[in-house]
Ligand binder design. Structure first.
Ligand code: ARG
Length: 274
């Protein structure tokens, strides 16, 4: 009996010793290195994904009268988070801060009607496309000129949201091409500020995406769209950190599922057909 107790004690002692092995101790040479924890693993462990957006862009992302986040992107992201098995926390910020916030790890990802863009691709990555969009020009009803080609707006005072592909298009094709004087171009942190300036006559043309442009026209009244087509836009993608293959892969898998199930088409009908 004494012998048995001794053996049991010895085993307990040995197990305790192993258990006390410092965690920071480097693995022995012969051990295979433990697979590194991915950003996706961390999100799943935390049970939460923090997603940034710029909620000034109905019907993609906006805040309704009750203060609730709404829109096509918002519902899409909610479903993606649900299928990832995590809760979703929104972080609303100016559009031109989103890429840096993803890059700096302040947010896990961003959905904000983002188009793929080579410049952005240097610092972040993009998922597969989930929808496509067009650009548009919004003017006041009193605007009488006919626009034969997109560059023809260069003779007017123009506004666009800072850091967007529209901003990039105007900067490169109008300002950079010497057609538009920098003094006649205003960049806005939020699209609503540009819409208010259009209403007040401080700018004459607002360039934004077609569906948000339509939403502005119906919200403010006295405005119309004089042009729409693809200048700076196209496929829409979610932004993830640079090289984050695991998170992009997980989102791509779910985006495909949602396309196959018709979930995205149903959302488009809900938000894009008035
Ligand atoms: N699609 C444009 C871009 O990628 C504009 C997006 C603006 N989004 C917003 N939520 N305000 O730059």
């Amino acid at each position: 009996m004494k012998r048995l107790i001794f053996i049991v004690m010895a085993v307990i002692f040995a197990v305790t010793l192993v258990g006390c092995k410092p965690v920071s101790q480097a693995p022995e040479q012969t051990e295979a290195p433990a697979a590194e924890e991915t950003h996706l693993d961390k999100i799943k462990e935390a049970g939460k994904i923090v997603v940034g957006t710029s909620a000034d862009y109905a019907p993609f992302e906006y805040v309704d009268e009750t203060g609730t986040m709404m829109g096509f992107d918002v519902e899409l992201m909610t479903e993606i988070a649900k299928r990832m098995g995590v809760t979703l926390e929104w972080s609303d910020m100016p559009f031109d801060s989103l890429i840096a916030a993803v890059q700096g790890g302040k947010i896990d990802a961003s959905i904000a009607s983002f188009n793929y863009d080579e410049e952005r691709d240097k610092s972040v990555d993009f998922t597969e496309a989930y929808y496509t969009s067009e650009d548009a020009y919004v003017v006041l009803d009193s605007f009488k000129d006919e626009i034969a080609k997109p560059e023809d707006i260069a003779k007017y005072k123009i506004g666009a949201q800072s850091g967007t592909t529209q901003d990039g298009w105007i900067t490169d094709n109008l300002v950079g091409a010497g057609l538009l004087d920098e003094a006649n171009y205003s960049r806005y942190e939020r699209v609503d500020q540009a819409a208010l300036d259009l209403q007040a006559g401080r700018i004459e043309v607002l360039m934004a995406e077609y569906l948000p442009a339509q939403a502005i026209v119906s919200k403010y009244g006295g405005m119309k769209i004089i042009y729409h087509g693809i200048l700076s836009t196209g496929p829409l993608n979610i932004v993830v950190p640079e090289g984050d293959v695991a998170l992009a892969g997980e989102m791509n898998r779910i985006i495909k599922e949602l396309k196959d199930e018709g979930f995205i088409d149903t959302l488009a009908v809900k938000y894009f057909s008035e």
